[in-house]
Design a protein around this ligand. Structure first.
Ligand code: G4P
Length: 508
């Protein structure tokens, strides 16, 4: 008999969103350190190497050159397991980053106290908003001179149209920093880590600021936070360990456990007995000798055990998950099972696609995993025109992995690729060359933006007769309108109020 516990252990599955340099890496290290997953900051790499030697995923990495090391990081605190999903947030910004956010239950938004909300934070925030992902804000680097806390709070509120609720308050910043005042417990934590009750009413200007906070900002409201309408704000410094512990406590107290996942014909509840999950990311082999990939599955219900057979909904194909990559907190290295909220890496030969649902129960299709409209469009041209078939296969494969999107215009033969980050284009060309032996080059595209088209069939036909030259199909055959620029897009939208021009597409 199986003697393992059958009650579902609780998880906090989250991601950090930020603009490069705000401190995501530093905060990640500190979260792992505070959670006991590593012993000293900076050890992520060293310890990782020792540990990886014992784990099956290291074997896969070594044999096949797949880097999955930092995709999922797990730590434990106070009996809770935290799964931190890495969102590659720098130049390699891609759909991958967006998609990772479909696999989390909440997010931590890191903002540099001197810079406030920056471009990439805003973009990632919009993705969270699309799915009402609750966000805890961490205003980092209060050990340095930064902007005034009121200024930062007001910027978050107005830029992101969110209610903000400060949870602690920096007493000074930079050279004048005296500590963090907890607005709930009324205790001051000093830079040396000591915490004691404090009366700051006579402390100039902090006493006055505290009075203004009470009057000017919403009190923390868990329901509003869970809906993604309000963000609790913590000030701190990842580098100096200020406020990090409070942040973990907030994740434990407020961040949601795995929630029911929208699906057809009915939602998947974390308490369902059937094992159900969806693929949110496919990482291809970096080694051209092998065609293997690792598909990352977010578990939504049931208790997963190594060796289980899961069915790929849609194709009905049975997939035996013999050598899954399981990500574990420190004490669970030998565990063989995973629970809702956990992530499993499944090595496969290209069978699994982003958006797939896998289950050992009745077929359900998890929804809400959108494709995002690309921000950069390029025409792709072959240097050797006899390689058309190979190019099409390669583009379809890479689109399936989420590296690029591909659009086949209704008129003309020049195919168009779309990406959300420049680096994806470089990855595309290099992989075409190395893996598919296709020598291709990118050319400017006459279009600047793409929108999925939806509406009544007759309206679409009428639209198509006028705009055929600007229509294309994506790899699933969905109709896409290509616009020269934002102005044209708006113009066409206004003229066709009966059609929907969507910046995201749900997986068909
Ligand atoms: P990222 O992953 O978001 O890109 O940011 P990362 O953690 O790499 O941090 C970017 C820079 O900001 C690093 O400095 C890091 O040390 C610094 N930093 C992070 N948190 C804090 C903080 O709380 N206070 C201060 N003062 N600095 C912080 P760097 O000089 O670019 O790199 P390094 O040489 O220090 O590693």
């Amino acid at each position: 008999m199986d003697s393992r516990p059958t009650t579902r252990p609780d998880r906090r599955t989250f991601a950090i969103i930020s603009h490069p340099d705000a401190g995501k890496t530093t905060l990640t290290e500190k979260l792992l350190l505070f959670g006991g997953a590593i012993h000293a900051a900076g050890e992520v790499k060293a310890r990782g190497q020792a540990r990886r030697a014992r784990s099956d995923w290291m074997k896969i990495e070594q044999q096949r050159g797949i880097s999955v090391t930092s995709s999922v990081m797990t730590f434990e605190r106070d009996g809770l397991t935290f799964n931190l999903l890495d969102t590659p947030g720098h130049e390699d910004f891609s759909e991958d980053t967006y998609r990772t956010l479909t696999a989390v239950d909440s997010a931590v938004m890191v903002i540099d106290a001197a810079r406030g909300i920056e471009a990439q934070t805003r973009k990632l925030f919009e993705v969270c908003r699309l799915r009402s992902v609750p966000i805890i804000t961490f205003v980092n680097k209060v050990d340095r001179e930064g902007r005034h806390p009121f200024d930062l709070l007001d910027e978050i509120a107005s830029d992101l149209a969110l209610d903000v609720s400060p949870m602690n308050w920096p007493v000074g910043m930079g050279g004048t920093f005296e500590g963090l005042y907890n607005l709930e417990t009324k205790q001051l934590t000093k830079p040396d880590g000591t915490t004691a009750p404090a009366d700051l009413s006579g402390h100039d200007p902090v006493g006055e600021e505290l009075a203004l906070i009470d009057a000017g900002y919403a009190a923390f409201d868990e329901v509003a936070y869970r809906h993604g309408d309000l963000t609790p704000v913590f000030f701190g410094s990842a580098l100096k360990d200020f406020g990090v512990s409070e942040l973990i406590d907030a994740l434990a107290r407020f961040a949601p456990s795995p929630r029911p996942q929208p699906a057809e014909p009915e939602a998947v509840s974390p308490d369902d007995a059937a094992v159900t999950g969806f693929i949110f990311k496919v990482q291809a082999n970096m080694n051209p000798m092998h065609r293997d990939r690792v598909a990352f599955m977010r578990l939504c219900s049931g208790k997963f055990k190594r060796g289980m057979k899961l069915n790929q909904v849609g194709t009905g194909k049975a997939i035996a998950v013999h050598s899954p990559i399981l990500f574990f907190a420190q004490n669970r290295e030998t565990a063989e099972e995973a629970w809702p909220g956990d992530i499993i890496g499944i090595p496969n030969h290209g069978t699994l696609r982003v958006g797939d649902t896998l289950t050992d129960g009745p077929p359900k299709t998890i929804t809400g995993l959108p494709n995002f409209a690309p921000e950069i469009l390029r025409r792709i041209a072959l240097k050797d025109p006899t390689k058309t078939k190979q190019l099409r296969k390669a583009l379809d494969d890479l689109a399936e992995e989420g590296i690029i999107q591909v659009f086949y215009p209704e008129v003309g033969s020049a195919w168009v690729v779309g990406v959300v980050g420049q680096l994806q284009l470089e990855v595309l060309i290099s992989r075409l060359e190395v893996e598919y032996k296709v020598d291709a080059k990118l050319e400017p595209s006459p279009w600047d933006t793409a929108r999925w088209l939806a509406g009544d069939a007759r309206d679409i036909d009428a639209f198509a007769t006028i705009h055929r030259g600007a229509l294309a199909r994506d790899r699933d055959g969905a109709l896409v309108f290509m616009a020269k620029d934002a102005w044209e897009l708006n113009y066409v939208k206004e003229r066709n109020p009966n059609l929907r021009f969507s910046a995201t597409k749900e997986r068909a």
